[in-house]
Design a protein around this ligand. Structure first.
Ligand code: ADP
Length: 390
């Protein structure tokens, strides 16, 4: 009994290692209580004091100590690592050992920016903390996509040889939000058909039938699908050849244009949605068009997922834009009354339209519930980590 009590009070450290950053959060999965969080940036960059991820962990330890959290005294339960790409290998969180690290590393061709950084972070943390380490994959929730949804119409040999398929990303968030929506509605997730719209800097949509993902907008990489802060989302695949042949761009330049210089930024000059909204209000036509394209693409996916699901119980907005932009939510619902989709303006704009708690924003009795449900990827990773080491 006492052991059990102790166990549930012990925190999990969640780490998200990027190529030049390390985000961390120390929290208790059962209560959600966060005792510390932060981010260390510019790792390995010229002029930075933080040479690598091992140094970043030392910086984290020192920062926490300065804030009164002594990691040597904290009875850490486990470390949960966010890993972007699980490729075809990982459909669930996994306890990390040398073989798992090697497999994550071997998936680097699929996520050249992300997986090598995750491996560096994992290796540094394993050397630093003698507790179980768990990898939680951004792709895992979408391993259930049926073959007709996950397969590109490419030569099968080529696709199979190189593991080219649609994987989907933001899975931890889509899973967490779909479960939280079921809680909000007081219904089992198995009974609900949901469309989840994760709209942050990166944006993705998913169709979830009874808690199981059947479609999502991202693909082999996080570039496919919706318009994002700096990513184009869907373009004609023929664009790449056009840009190479007609404009003379190299593959790397094309990659940079589509990932870093497109989306809202490419269209309007800003990628922050707050700034975009201000410019729309000021009558900026480029900003207006960017907003309209963003909503148009969103509508496109919602329409497709309505058809795939056949019946939709809930459409759910989450992440920075989804939780905070009443304008986007209203624009999506506009004209969809005939499909049973609408938002109540008072509910949508409550608290300035910024939601830190889950709430229904459709009118009572609507055939489709429209809701805002805050995502919490750290909590989701901490819970999955705790489940695995329990
Ligand atoms: P990330 O994908 O980096 O986790 P977030 O989920 O934090 O991103 O979302 C970031 C986006 O949310 C930015 O475009 C930001 O402008 C937008 N955002 C944050 N607050 C608001 C707000 N009050 N109104 C509109 N957009 C907002």
């Amino acid at each position: 009994m006492n052991d059990r009590l102790d166990q549930t009070a012990r925190p999990v450290l969640v780490l998200n290692a990027g190529s030049s950053s390390l985000k961390y959060q120390l929290l208790v999965p059962e209560s959600g209580e966060v005792s510390a969080s932060g981010v260390i940036e510019r790792i390995g960059e010229p002029g930075s004091d933080v040479a690598d991820h091992a140094a970043a962990l030392r910086t984290m330890r020192a920062t926490l100590a300065a804030d009164g959290v002594d990691l040597d005294a904290v009875p850490l339960r486990a470390v949960g690592h966010r890993v972007v790409h699980g490729g075809p290998d990982f459909s669930e969180p996994v306890l990390i050992d040398d073989a798992v690290v090697a497999r994550i590393e071997s998936l680097s061709p699929l996520a050249p920016l992300h997986n090598p950084a995750a491996v560096t972070g994992i290796e540094a943390a394993r050397a630093h903390f003698a507790v179980p380490h768990v990898a939680v994959f951004d792709t895992a929730f979408f391993s259930t996509l049926p073959p007709e949804a996950s397969t590109y119409a490419l030569p099968r040999d080529l696709a199979e040889q190189h593991s080219i398929r649609r994987y989907g990303f933001h899975g931890t968030s889509h899973r967490f939000v779909s479960q939280a929506t079921a809680e909000l509605l007081g219904r089992p997730v198995e009974e609900l058909n949901q469309i989840v719209l994760h709209l942050g800097n990166g944006c993705s949509a998913s169709a979830i039938r009874g808690g199981v993902a059947i479609e999502t907008s991202m693909g082999l990489t996080p570039l496919q699908g919706l318009v994002m802060g700096t990513r184009s989302g869907d373009v004609d695949p023929g664009l790449h050849a056009f840009l190479a042949r007609q404009v003379g761009l190299s593959i790397d330049e094309i990659d940079t244009v589509l990932n870093k210089k497109s989306g809202l930024l490419g269209l309007s000059g800003v990628n922050d949605f707050r700034e975009l909204a201000q410019r729309v209000d000021a009558g900026d036509e480029g900003a207006r068009l960017a907003f309209d394209i963003f909503v148009h693409r969103l509508t496109h996916y919602v329409g497709a997922y309505l058809a795939h699901l056949g019946r939709v119980d809930a459409i759910v907005f989450t992440a920075g834009v989804g939780q905070n932009s009443a304008r986007v939510r209203a624009a999506l619902a506009e004209g969809l009354e005939g499909l049973g989709i609408s938002v109540d303006p008072d509910r949508n704009e409550a608290g300035g339209g910024c939601f830190s708690h889950a709430a229904v924003i459709s009118p009572d009795g609507s055939p489709v519930v429209v809701a805002v449900v805050p995502t919490n990827e750290e909590l989701a990773i901490a819970r999955q980590t705790a489940d695995l080491v329990r």
